[in-house]
Design a protein around this ligand. Structure first.
Ligand SMILES: [Zn+2]
Length: 410
């Protein structure tokens, strides 16, 4: 088997791995200004997508240009999320370099899509492929590829601890080689229950003091996780942005969430904002909690809420995810100010950060890899892939960290 890394190697973003020159695993975007896409332009016979995040599916429609029509294999939620993201990219950037595909190509995605549940093997470009629950977001998968000689496990993004929205990854299929993500290879997450307790107490305290809390959250996974946390802790909230539609979509795929009943309760506990007639400004004046996109304050209704609440120190902004360098969220954390809609604003409201990560930490990565001690491990999807590979080798693994553009033979 030969495996070519077209993106997401020694970096986070634009994940793309070509197996035997014919089967493409993921085809994502590295967000930034300008965004980056996988190197080369593969013409795969088939595509398998691990999960519906931009860095794994963001550029998929561009594989359907001209008369190319490779089938795209994924779980039902991944299909829906990829289409949601593609339409959003079209709406924001259609016709520019930042959007590498057309409306017509997005339409074609629905024609070539083939959905599969976990554990159901299927054929793709002459390979036998099986998806296993990766515990990252609803529909996320570890991808097992068998070309008849070699079995490759591509972990993609995964979590080894339960979250409220999805259960932990437990599948450890036999494999002859593993490509493993390493996003948090030097991080130890605090126990989720403790984070949740602090988060809930903080939100409640601000509301009691008469303040407003804005909770920036990624639309996919994080918004729903926070709504579940709010419901479980009896915290009333509003929800706004792209996370609303994603929440509704997930209600249609109950088999891909940990507790469909809890999600139903979380959805009815949250008031959905439609944004009409200055509704957002009125909500921002209330003594309440607002869960909204974008998670890093780079767009979405947060652009209305943050300026509205920023001047009052009783108010609070509770960030719920990793803040990429150069984003307004990162700026806010480090400097207490943020550039919103082109204007730098000082923020007097209190700012807090909570680690609601959907990725395995170092211990979780090692927990999964301990099942694959005797096979080659290729570390990807991280800022310190080479360092982590070296650490694994020190523990007796056979690990390496291929670069973008590199091909490995297994
Ligand atoms: Zn992801």
């Amino acid at each position: 088997m030969d495996v070519r890394f077209l993106g997401g190697a020694r970096e986070v973003g634009r994940s793309a791995i070509l197996v035997n020159g014919s089967l493409l695993l993921d085809y994502g975007t590295l967000t930034g200004n300008p965004p980056q896409f996988p190197v080369e332009t593969p013409e795969p016979e088939a595509v398998v997508a691990s999960h519906g995040h931009l860095d794994h599916v963001g550029a998929i429609p561009s594989l359907l240009s001209g008369d190319r029509r490779p089938p795209i294999h994924w779980t039902p939620p991944t299909r829906e999320l990829a289409l949601t993201l593609a339409r959003d990219t079209l709406r924001l950037h259609g016709g520019t370099y930042d959007c590498p595909f057309t409306e017509e190509e997005v339409r074609r995605v629905t024609q070539v899509s083939e959905t599969h549940g976990y554990g159901e093997s299927f054929e793709a470009a002459g390979h036998e492929v099986t998806l296993f629950d990766a515990g990252h977001i609803p529909g996320s998968a570890h991808v097992l590829v068998d070309d008849g000689d070699t079995r490759l496990l591509y972990t993609a993004d995964f979590h080894t601890d339960d979250q409220r929205l999805v259960s932990a990854s437990t599948a450890r299929p036999d494999a002859d080689a593993v490509i493993c993500e390493s996003t948090y290879s030097d991080v130890e997450h605090e126990a989720r229950a403790a984070i949740e307790r602090r988060f809930a107490e903080s939100l409640r305290a601000t509301v009691w003091e008469g303040g407003t809390v804005v909770v920036p959250a990624f639309a996919i996974g994080r918004t729903q996780e926070i709504l579940l946390v709010c419901e479980a802790n009896d915290i009333d909230c509003y929800v706004d942005g792209m996370g609303k539609g994603v929440t509704e979509m997930l209600r249609r795929h109950p088999e891909f969430v940990r507790d469909a009943d809890a999600l139903r309760r979380a959805k009815s506990n949250a008031r959905f904002v439609d944004g009409r007639d200055g509704q957002r400004k009125r909500i921002a004046d209330q003594n309440t909690v607002i869960v909204t996109t974008s998670g890093m304050l780079s767009g979405g209704p947060a652009m209305t809420y943050v300026p509205a609440i920023r001047a009052n120190p009783t108010n609070k902004i509770a960030l719920t995810g990793y803040q990429v360098e150069g984003t307004p969220g990162r700026d806010l954390l480090e400097r207490g100010r943020a550039e919103i809609d082109g204007r730098v604003m000082p923020i007097s409201a209190r700012v807090e950060w909570y680690d609601f990560s959907a990725h395995a930490d170092r211990e979780g990565l090692l927990k999964l890899l301990s099942e694959y001690r005797d096979v080659p491990v290729f570390v990807n999807h991280g800022d310190r892939c080479e360092a982590f590979a070296a650490e694994l080798n020190g523990e007796g693994y056979r690990a390496s960290a291929p670069a973008v553009g590199e091909t490995v033979e297994i």
